[in-house]
Design a protein around this ligand. Structure first.
Ligand SMILES: Cc1cc2nc3c(=O)[nH]c(=O)nc-3n(C[C@H](O)[C@H](O)[C@H](O)COP(=O)(O)OP(=O)(O)OC[C@H]3O[C@@H](n4cnc5c(N)ncnc54)[C@H](O)[C@@H]3O)c2cc1C
Length: 390
C-alpha cells in the first residue's frame, strides 16, 4: 500500500489529522489497533476549548457538536462547604463546550468514511521502518496478513501506550516525567446533572469533580489511591464519598443514579522532546500526557495536529519545510503552558499523603484568593478556556 501520510492511531489526533489533510488534498491511511466500536465507545475527555470547537467547525465536522454540545460560561470551585463561580466568559470573552470525546471520535470516523478515507481498524503488530530516511514504511498485520504501508511521512498518534515513540532512538529524545501519588476514579451515571456547570471540589476527604455529558448523563470523578483496584469501589461507596466531598452548607443536593461505567486512571505528566524524529511526527498523547484536572489532553492533541496539517500542506504545496522544522517547538510551547496549568490545578485541589498542615493552609489561601480576586480568577479562566496565542 502507498499513501502520503501514514497515521498510527484513530483517536482524536489521528482521525482529525487525516480529515484536515483530506481537506488540503493530501492522502492518508489510518491504522488502528482496536475495533471501530471500541474507539467510539471509549469514555474519556469531555471539555472542548473554544478554539477546538472553532477548528472542528471550520473543518465541517461540528454539526452534531453544535446541536448536542453544552456551551458553558463558568465553572465552580467548591471548598469549605461554600461555592465560588469562576465566570469564564465574563473574564475572557470565551467559553467551553461539553461534548464527549467518544462523540468527537464518532463524528470524525463518519466524516472520514463518507469521504472515502481509509481507516483500518483491528490491525496489530505495527512497526515503523526507515523513519530517519525519506522513504518510511509501516509494517502491520490486518485480516491475518502481513502488510506494508509506504508513505512520505508517519504521524504517530497512537497515544501514551503506543509503539511509535519507541521508533525514536533513546539518544535522540529526552523525556520529562512526573508521577502523582493519586489516581482518578471516573464514573458515568444515568442521572441528570445536579449542577448546571462543572464543579471542582477540594475537600478534606480529597478531590471530587462533578461534570456532565448530556442532560441525562452525569460524569463524576474521585481522587483515589494510585493502586486502588476498581473492585474496591462498589457503587454505594462511590456515592457516599461523592456526597461527602461535594457537600455544601447551602442545601445543594447530589442526585444519584445507576452507574453505567467506572474506571481508575493513573495520573502523570509526561513530555518527550523533540516531538519529531526524521519523518516521524509524534502528536497528542504519544508525545505528552497532562493530569486531567485542567481538561487539556484532548485539546492539546487537536492543537498538535492542526499545526501539523498546516505544515504538511505548505510542504506538499511549495516544498518549503520551515513549518515542519518548527512544528515540534511550536507545539511544545503550548504543551508546557498546559503542563504548568494542569500541575497547578492538580496541586490546588488534591490532597497528597505528604501534605503537612502548612501545605494545607497554603492550599486554602490559594483557593480563597481565587474566590476573592478577579485577577487570580482571570488567570485561571484564561488558561481553562485555552490560550489563543502561546
Ligand atoms: C479518564 C480520562 C479523562 C480525561 N479527561 C479529559 C478532559 O476532561 N479533557 C481533555 O482535554 N482531556 C482529557 N483526557 C485526556 C484525553 O482523553 C487524551 O488526551 C486524548 O485521548 C488524546 O488523544 P490522542 O488521539 O492523542 O490519543 P488516544 O485517544 O489515546 O488515541 C490513540 C489511539 O491509538 C490506538 N493505538 C494504540 N497503540 C496502537 C498500536 N500499536 N497500533 C495502532 N493503534 C494503536 C489506540 O487504540 C487509540 O485509539 C482524559 C483522559 C482520561 C483517560
Amino acid at each position: 500500500m502507498r499513501t502520503q501520510v501514514g497515521i498510527v492511531g484513530a483517536g482524536p489526533a489521528g482521525l482529525l489529522l487525516s480529515h484536515l489533510l483530506h481537506l488540503e488534498g493530501i492522502d492518508s491511511v489510518v491504522l488502528e489497533l482496536r475495533s471501530r466500536d471500541h474507539v467510539e465507545q471509549r469514555v474519556r475527555a469531555g471539555v472542548l476549548e473554544q478554539g477546538t470547537v472553532e477548528l472542528l467547525e471550520t473543518a465541517g465536522v461540528a454539526g452534531r457538536l453544535r446541536r448536542e454540545g453544552m456551551v458553558h460560561h463558568g465553572i465552580e470551585l467548591r471548598f469549605g462547604g461554600r461555592r465560588h463561580r469562576v465566570p469564564l466568559t465574563d473574564l475572557t470573552g470565551r467559553s467551553i463546550t461539553i461534548y464527549g470525546q467518544q462523540e468527537v471520535v464518532k463524528d470524525l470516523v463518519r466524516a472520514r468514511l463518507e469521504a472515502g478515507g481509509r481507516v483500518l481498524f483491528e490491525v496489530d503488530g505495527v512497526r515503523l521502518q526507515g523513519v530517519d530516511t525519506d522513504r518510511p514504511a509501516i509494517r502491520f498485520r490486518a485480516g491475518g496478513q502481513d502488510q506494508e504501508l509506504h508513505c512520505d511521512v508517519v504521524a504517530g498518534c497512537d497515544g501514551f501506550h503506543g509503539v511509535c515513540r519507541d521508533a525514536v532512538p533513546e539518544a535522540a529524545r529526552r523525556v520529562f516525567e512526573r508521577a502523582y501519588p493519586f489516581a482518578w476514579l471516573g464514573v458515568l451515571a444515568a442521572v441528570a446533572p445536579s449542577s448546571e456547570e462543572i464543579v471542582y471540589a477540594a475537600s478534606e476527604h480529597g478531590f471530587a469533580l462533578h461534570s456532565m455529558r448530556s442532560p441525562t448523563l452525569t460524569r463524576l470523578y474521585l481522587q483515589v489511591d494510585p493502586d486502588e483496584p476498581v473492585e474496591a469501589w462498589p457503587d454505594g461507596r462511590i456515592w457516599e464519598e461523592l456526597q461527602a466531598r461535594l457537600a455544601t452548607d447551602d442545601g445543594w443536593t447530589l442526585d444519584e443514579g445507576p452507574i453505567l461505567d467506572k474506571g481508575v486512571t493513573g495520573m502523570r505528566s509526561f513530555v518527550v522532546e523533540p516531538m519529531r524524529f526524521g519523518r516521524l511526527f509524534l502528536a497528542g498523547d504519544a508525545a505528552h500526557i497532562v493530569p486531567p484536572t485542567g481538561a487539556k489532553g484532548m485539546n492539546l492533541a487537536v492543537a498538535d495536529v492542526h499545526v501539523l496539517a498546516q505544515a504538511l500542506a505548505a510542504w506538499y504545496r511549495t516544498g518549503a519545510g520551515d513549518l515542519l522544522e518548527s512544528w515540534s517547538a511550536t507545539c511544545l510551547r503550548r504543551v508546557w503552558r498546559a503542563q504548568d496549568f494542569s500541575t497547578w490545578m492538580t496541586g490546588l485541589l488534591h490532597r497528597s499523603p505528604d501534605d503537612d498542615p502548612f501545605q494545607l493552609r497554603l492550599q486554602r489561601a490559594r483557593l480563597e484568593y481565587l474566590a476573592r480576586s478577579e485577577a487570580a480568577a482571570r488567570s485561571l479562566a484564561e488558561n481553562y478556556v485555552g490560550l489563543q496565542q502561546v
